[in-house]
Design a protein around this ligand. Structure first.
Ligand SMILES: [Zn+2]
Length: 222
């Protein structure tokens, strides 16, 4: 029998989710019996196994990082190895390595600051490009620390991007940038929204799929 944790919630239906460690969480309304929950879990068994497998596969591809020398991280979709013997004050790229200053004790902090800086430069550039292409303009663009969403667009036309986006390949960054900018006209994911996406990016479906398949990348760095 499958093990799981039941969380009682003020909701109408039973919802299943798999945590990053593979644990199954069942969110259930207060009135639903244990037997009913058991039946739902049983019925969803295939889905649960498939999801778990996906998580394990992704974990192998993108393990949570430890910041020691040789650790693999991603920048613009390419793998880089962290090394901590830099003689400069700042982080720099050298071939397939991200070189951290030797004197830095807090590597996690240093690397994150570097990513945020790159995100500001890279996203600023891509937004400017798509402003010209689409003629659309956000009221403001902000880089956030979001770990669950690559980007968002509010009704008052403020766009946010997670700095974690710079770990993704450039064509994927472009997909997210264009996606949020199209939300300046359509705040939903309607047919009109996707028609507009397709107009500027005919292969947007492939890029969207990449994001789904590589979702784990967003949680690589705390
Ligand atoms: Zn959206």
């Amino acid at each position: 029998m499958m093990e799981y944790e039941v969380q009682r919630r003020n909701r109408k239906t039973i919802g299943l989710s798999i945590e990053r460690d593979g644990a199954l969480i069942v969110k259930a309304p207060f009135f639903v019996s244990r037997t009913e929950i058991e039946a739902v879990v049983k019925r969803k068994e295939d889905w649960i196994y498939r999801k778990r497998e996906e998580i394990i596969l992704n974990k192998e591809k993108y393990p949570t990082i430890t910041y020691i020398d040789g650790q693999r991280v991603f920048y613009l979709g390419k793998p880089y190895e962290i090394v901590g013997n830099g003689d400069k004050d700042t982080i720099f790229l050298s071939k397939d390595k991200i070189v951290l200053p030797a004197k830095h004790v807090d590597r996690q902090w240093a690397l994150k600051e570097w990513y945020i800086l790159q995100a500001n430069i890279e996203l600023g550039r891509r937004v400017a490009h798509f402003e010209i292409v689409t003629g659309l303009k956000a009221v403001s663009i902000k880089i956030t620390n979001a770990r669950r969403q690559w980007g968002s667009c509010s009704a008052d036309k403020n766009i946010h991007f997670s700095w974690r986006l710079v770990m993704c390949p450039p064509d994927i960054i472009d997909y997210v940038v264009l996606h949020e900018m199209i939300h300046l006209i359509y705040l939903n994911h309607s047919k009109d929204f996707y028609r507009e996406m397709e107009r500027y990016m005919p292969d947007y479906r492939q890029r969207k799929r990449w994001l789904v398949e590589n979702r784990y990348i967003i949680g690589m760095i705390d």
